[in-house]
Write a new protein. Structure first.
Length: 143
């Protein structure tokens, strides 16, 4: 997927947040430790260093959300990461309930809170630091 398309999907998926630019996506793709997992309507960018994988961003175009693309991206990037890592990390805004639910479904647990991490129009939002073991073997069903 070209950097321009990545930037367009990211901007649509994060209209109130700071979306990444085409130049930032191009730089990510040039980094040998950064990986791109794609679906037709979305992507995940992650890196793997020293047996640890970190999800940098994941986005599905809003017109295609709630159709399983996020689940598929999570399964695929985590399977790829498990080839070289045994732990996965990510950061997520505490007010992003749908993302938190998705990550928990894939075995991520909150291990720390980064206070005032994300700047918003009127202040800051905390970030959850989450971790999961790899390989991930089953999806936890919502109750």
């Amino acid at each position: 997927m070209k950097p321009e398309k990545l930037a367009n999907i990211h901007a649509a998926a994060f209209p109130k947040g700071r979306s990444w630019s085409t130049a930032e996506f191009r730089k990510m793709q040039d980094n040998p430790y950064t990986y791109l997992t794609t679906e037709e309507h979305g992507f995940a960018i992650w890196r793997s260093i020293a047996n640890e994988a970190e999800l940098l961003t994941i986005a599905v175009h809003p017109s295609q959300q709630n159709r399983g693309f996020g689940n598929s991206l999570m399964q695929n990037w985590m399977a790829q990461a498990a080839e070289t890592a045994n732990t996965a990390f990510l950061e997520v805004a505490t007010n992003n309930a749908s993302a938190c639910k998705l990550y928990e479904k894939f075995g991520f647990l909150t291990i720390s809170l980064r206070k005032n991490y994300y700047a918003i129009e009127k202040g800051f939002i905390h970030a959850k630091l989450m971790r999961a073991r790899l390989p991930f073997t089953h999806i936890q069903r919502a109750q």
